[in-house]
Ligand binder design. Structure first.
Ligand SMILES: Nc1ncnc2c1ncn2[C@@H]1O[C@H](COP(=O)(O)OP(=O)(O)O)[C@@H](O)[C@H]1O
Ligand SMILES: [Mg+2]
Length: 120
């Protein structure tokens, strides 16, 4: 997980994201990466550099083939946790990024996509 955090931080720094944008994305990545490992039983994070209407962004996709999430709304609810972590969780990660998408199928796995856009 530390490797993913470091990679996101390095890339966001290289693209000259502000300290705030960088911190938000790294914190979200940390939560989502932990979920991929702990709940999803391992998986992958794919990072892509985006350009949309001359704006620069970073996209992170977390994918696993774990048990999936039966009730996504509940999982996004603040304070909801099947474990005992004190982190911001899924709902916190959603608030930290500009765009957040989650797709999950019980028995198949989970994919969370986040995007952060650099301020012009
Ligand atoms: N990748 C995942 N695969 C399966 N379940 C997940 C995944 N991510 C989150 N969840 C479910 O959503 C709940 C809420 O996640 P989160 O807010 O991060 O809390 P926590 O990780 O502390 O339990 C988890 O307890 C778990 O049940
Ligand atoms: Mg979590």
């Amino acid at each position: 997980m530390h490797a993913a955090r470091r990679l996101v931080l390095e890339w966001a720094t290289r693209l000259e994201f502000s300290a705030l944008e960088r911190t938000k994305l790294v914190t979200a990545a940390s939560e989502l990466g932990r979920n991929t490992l702990v709940h999803g039983k391992g998986g992958s994070m794919t990072m892509s550099e985006l350009m949309r209407e001359s704006r620069v962004g970073l996209q992170l996709v977390f994918e696993d083939s774990g048990p999936g999430i039966a009730d996504i709304e509940q999982a996004l609810t603040d304070g909801y946790s099947s474990g005992k972590s004190l982190g911001l969780g899924l709902g916190g990660a959603r608030r930290l990024v500009n765009e957040f998408e989650i797709a999950s199928t019980p028995g198949e796995g989970t994919r969370v996509t986040v995007r952060q856009w650099k301020r012009r």
